[in-house]
Ligand binder design. Structure first.
Ligand code: SAH
Length: 395
């Protein structure tokens, strides 16, 4: 048996682990045998001394993130097997080795049995974001696992965890290349080309989670005038033009994002007179615009990162969408999203309902949207479902 620190749960608190939920909350712990520090690998036992799981000690309200429900001293093999399984799954769903897509999420934390770890693959460059210090301490093992799994495909590994790890670790978590090679700066998604900034761009460089929703938007765009709010580097805009939109306006407050949006349109279509980009705050843009649009996309950043911000976030979604419903042309379509983990599908729908009633428009739900299959949700961990969207027809 290993010499790991032992965590003993209160009686009855082993139930969620027996249903494979990957978190242990601090209130479930009866006793910690040893001095556990954040990031340590610990073994978890029931009050009756039955082995339950191995995980990383986190020490917060989520006290342990589970890595394995079977006992093993060989953590390296566990991590490497999970990475391999994650890659094989992307092959199974036709994303790895696809001609039309060379960008996908390779590891989606709990959804791939690797809590605290996100890896996005951009045509040979793997961009890692660690969300827990425990996983961060496994960085070498994970880099080795990526090399073993991807082989020659893998040219470069970049760690972009400075913004995702708790700020107290900032001094030791500088963003860096851990495998040095050429960094990809252009990727293909559903046959569309995008310039990406993997070292400085938001998240890991691109919002890969909107791939399927962008494709749907493309199919709805023919002959419509499209407003892409919170457009970042023009993902939805490129699909709208490809889909035959007669005019596309992209709005984002980030100047670097807007510069890339303009370049991405050019890369795909050359000089394109139907596209215009605005580096502006969305509420200001919406206040003054008089252009009539018949398709509006709203994909804001997470309005709530914590439970206590929930009420304000719901009000925010309501205000923003009410304005959109007021201005859209009759027969218009709205694609509206929330990527806040703490906003449930039900709550998001209620805030959109309130916005519709406020604007006194008659509205039908055409589609209910979610995250794509390379952002899988473990059936035992429904908290992993964060992206929700509605496609609405406004009469
Ligand atoms: N739809 C995009 C991703 C959007 S992410 C895609 O498919 O790639 C959210 C974007 O909102 C970011 O680019 C951020 O710069 C922008 N943003 C945040 N607050 C904003 C505001 N108040 N006004 C305009 N843009 C904002």
């Amino acid at each position: 048996m290993s010499e790991r620190i032992k965590i003993i749960l209160k009686s009855g608190k082993e139930q969620s682990l027996k249903r494979y939920h990957p978190w242990i909350f601090s209130g479930a712990i009866k006793e910690i045998k040893g001095a556990a520090a954040e990031g340590d690998v610990v073994d978890v036992f029931s009050n009756g001394d039955e082995f339950l799981a191995t995980g990383h000690y986190a020490g917060g309200s989520i006290a342990v993130r589970i890595l394995s429900f079977e006992h093993s001293d060989d953590l390296t093999s566990i991590l490497h097997n999970r990475i391999l399984a994650a890659f094989q799954y992307r092959q199974d769903i036709g994303l790895a080795d696809s001609k039309d897509n060379n960008v996908y999420r390779l590891i989606n934390a709990e959804g791939d049995g690797l809590p605290g770890l996100v890896v996005d693959y951009y045509d040979g460059t793997a961009v890692i974001q660690f969300h827990s210090y425990g996983m961060y301490r496994e960085k070498e093992k994970i880099t080795e696992g990526l090399k073993k799994t991807l082989g020659k495909k893998l040219k470069t590994v970049i760690d972009r965890s400075e913004s995702t790890l708790p700020s107290k670790y900032a001094p030791e978590t500088k963003d860096e290349k851990t495998v040095k090679g050429i960094v990809s700066n252009e990727v293909i998604e559903n046959g569309n080309r995008f310039i990406v900034d993997l070292e400085e761009g938001q998240k890991t460089g691109f919002y890969i989670d909107q791939r399927e929703n962008r494709k749907l938007l493309g199919a709805l765009s023919s002959s419509r005038s499209v407003l892409n709010l919170f457009g970042y580097t023009g993902g939805f805009s490129v699909y709208a033009i490809r889909g035959g939109a007669k005019l596309v306006h992209t709005v984002d407050s980030s100047a670097t994002a807007i510069a890339l949006a303009i370049q991405n349109v050019q890369l795909n279509f050359g000089e394109n007179l139907s596209h215009q980009a605005f580096c502006e705050d969305v509420s200001q843009f919406l206040q003054k615009t008089r252009d009539p649009y018949d398709l509006i996309i709203s994909d804001p950043p997470a309005f709530a990162k914590h439970q206590r911000a929930l009420e304000n976030a719901l009000q925010g979604y309501k205000r923003l969408n009410a304005r959109i419903f007021e201005m859209i042309k009759p027969g218009g379509i709205v694609l509206t999203f929330s990527c806040s983990q703490v906003v449930s599908r039900e709550n998001f729908r209620k805030s959109i309902f309130a916005a519709a009633a406020n604007a006194s428009r008659r509205i039908k739900i055409m589609h209910q949207l979610s995250q794509p299959p390379d952002h899988p949700v473990s059936i035992y961990h429904p908290e992993g479902e964060y992206l929700k969207g509605l496609v609405l027809y406004v009469e």
